[in-house]
Design a protein around this ligand. Sequence first.
Ligand SMILES: Cc1cc2nc3c(=O)[nH]c(=O)nc-3n(C[C@H](O)[C@H](O)[C@H](O)COP(=O)(O)O)c2cc1C
Length: 189
Amino acid sequence: MVDVVLLNASPRENSNTLQILNVCKEVIEENGLSAKILSLKSKKIESCTACGECGNLGVCSIDDGLNEIIEEIRKADGFIPASPVYFGTARGDLMSALQRIGFVSKQSDQFLSWMVGGPIAVARRGGQSLTLQEMTMFFPINEMIIPGSIYWNIVFAQAEGTALEDEEGVATIQRFGENVAKLIQKIRD
Ligand SMILES: Cc1cc2nc3c(=O)[nH]c(=O)nc-3n(C[C@H](O)[C@H](O)[C@H](O)COP(=O)(O)O)c2cc1C
């Protein structure tokens, strides 16, 4: 079991999104919690089929590997999904994953309720704000709690492995990770 699950939606090997999640994970661990980065890379995530079977099964009826991620999130107290921006919005597989994770939670044991976290968007030049808003919709409807940071959780980077050059983006994610860890511990007190 880990305290905070981070989910990387980039398919790239030396991914900027992964670099930023590593920064976030490091800060969460420095603040006393365990953290693990999971990935959608190499999975073919399908969209919700609205079958409603999650109400009986407690997991998703689609067998594409998302249930392994759902089980990790179910046991955690924090959840941070991160996506590269594709044509001004989040990757489709990440949104499909969030919609299915949310539906499983709502239809079964509401494991997302009172979880702490928030989204991160990474892009070359534009669309981070809308992408962040798109992913943010998942949190309040599932009774989740999003702490703030010194800026919105957006990072600028294009070529693979260059995300750490965005110093303000890195500092924003570091403070966000710190606030996620501190808030989880406050809630547990
Ligand atoms: C299909 C595609 C669409 C993209 N659309 C945008 C975009 O709308 N805005 C932008 O600033 N960057 C866009 N990018 C660039 C990526 O968001 C950017 O390279 C990012 O750092 C990739 O993160 P990753 O290395 O974690 O995959 C796009 C890249 C691809 C492959």
